[in-house]
Design a protein around this ligand. Structure first.
Ligand SMILES: NC(=O)C1=CN([C@@H]2O[C@H](COP(=O)(O)OP(=O)(O)OC[C@H]3O[C@@H](n4cnc5c(N)ncnc54)[C@H](OP(=O)(O)O)[C@@H]3O)[C@@H](O)[C@H]2O)C=CC1
Ligand SMILES: Nc1nc(=O)c2c([nH]1)NC[C@@H]1CN(c3ccc(C(=O)N[C@@H](CCC(=O)O)C(=O)O)cc3)C=[N+]21
Length: 299
């Protein structure tokens, strides 16, 4: 079997188009413009690239983008003062602090400082709890993006055996919750799991989010399975000196001979993360103004 390649880049463009339509209706009918504030601490080059991409996508969908760059040695108190100011700003509907943050700061404490209603990363304990309880909150962007791709590819997920490899708060746990909500039978595997190949082989839906390049082998995959590759490892480009390329957690070549459908890296899950960040900002803005939420852009 030769797997269908899931075009995350094209799907993300579609999602961004839907967000843009909602944004323009919100402006026309309610005179409201959703706003996203991104906070970047320090000068990590990879983070600068991501933040620039988020800014561009935010502006392109008609939303307001607020960028705040703080020095790498900023105190927690100064960072919290900025977050408090953004929490109180009615023009800001979503707040994201780009990770990783420098070592003297704590990601959990930073996330906890953000108003859960503006936590468009969906990482606060409030939003994690709402997701686990099946209530409406804000869902982390990358798992939400994977869910959208899966619903589009597979249709109804009811009864599917889903395996998520990785159990981080950022991805693995919320992904498992979303699949459970869509009636999958969910297994979460991790570094202490026994017989990872055997666990993966049972999966109708296999989601890999480990961060180990090409770990998932072709013969770990059930024939016809849908494979979602979340992992991103940046390695030096083999041909272009000074450039880098991205490698996923799945050994793509062999896997694509067994799977029914598979996401590539790049061009799979990554673009969906930014599209869902915009979708979450729109959702947060609609809720802030007591308006109906956009259909199809939330979990
Ligand atoms: N495309 C996108 O937009 C995004 C991509 N990513 C990428 O996804 C990957 C995972 O991210 P994240 O969840 O934050 O990473 P973490 O490092 O927080 O979590 C990795 C998970 O993988 C598990 N793991 C590590 N080694 C193994 C192993 N040998 N076998 C099985 N499981 C293992 C760990 O298990 P244990 O808990 O036991 O340690 C852990 O649960 C990264 O490559 C990251 O870059 C992440 C977010 C967004
Ligand atoms: N608070 C916070 N929220 C995040 O969501 C967050 C973060 N911090 N820190 C870093 C990770 C990583 N992340 C990605 C976003 C887009 C792509 C993406 O668009 N990837 C493209 C390619 C990009 C390229 O070529 O470099 C792709 O896979 O096709 C990837 C990864 C969001 N993250």
């Amino acid at each position: 079997m030769v797997a269908q390649i899931i075009d995350g880049k094209a799907f993300a463009a579609k999602v961004r188009g839907q967000v843009a339509q909602h944004v323009s209706a919100l402006k026309a009918q309610h005179n409201q413009t959703p706003g996203l504030a991104v906070v970047l601490v320090g000068e990590d080059p990879a983070s600068e690239v991501y933040v620039a991409a988020k800014h561009k996508a935010t502006v392109e969908t008609g939303m307001t983008s607020f960028e705040h760059k703080l020095p790498a040695d900023v105190s927690e108190a100064d960072l919290f003062a900025l977050i408090d100011q953004l929490n109180a700003d009615p023009d800001v509907h979503g707040i994201l602090c780009q990770f990783p943050v420098p070592e003297h700061l704590s990601e959990r404490r930073v996330v906890a400082r953000i108003d859960p209603a503006k936590d468009v990363d969906g990482l606060s304990v409030v939003n994690a709890g709402l997701l686990a309880s099946g209530e409406a909150g804000l869902v982390p962007c990358t798992p939400l993006g994977c869910l959208m791709l899966l619903r589009d590819q597979v249709g109804d997920l009811t009864g599917k055996d889903a395996v998520v490899v990785g159990r981080s708060n950022l991805f693995g746990k919320p992904m498992a919750q979303l699949l459970l909500r869509d009636n999958c039978t969910v297994t979460v595997a991790h570094s202490r799991s026994n017989d990872l190949p055997g666990i993966c082989k049972r999966a109708d839906i296999l989601v890999a989010a480990v961060g180990r390049a090409q770990m998932v082998q072709g013969d770990w995959i059930k024939p016809g399975a849908t494979v979602i590759d979340v992992g991103i490892t940046r390695v030096p480009h083999p041909e272009k000196p000074g450039k880098s390329r991205l490698i996923g957690d799945v050994d793509f070549g062999p896997a694509s001979e067994v799977a029914g459908a598979i996401t590539p890296v790049p061009g799979g899950v990554g673009p969906m993360t930014i599209a869902c960040l915009l979708a979450n900002t729109l959702t947060a803005a609609c809720r802030a103004h007591g308006l109906a939420e956009p259909q199809g852009l939330t979990a």
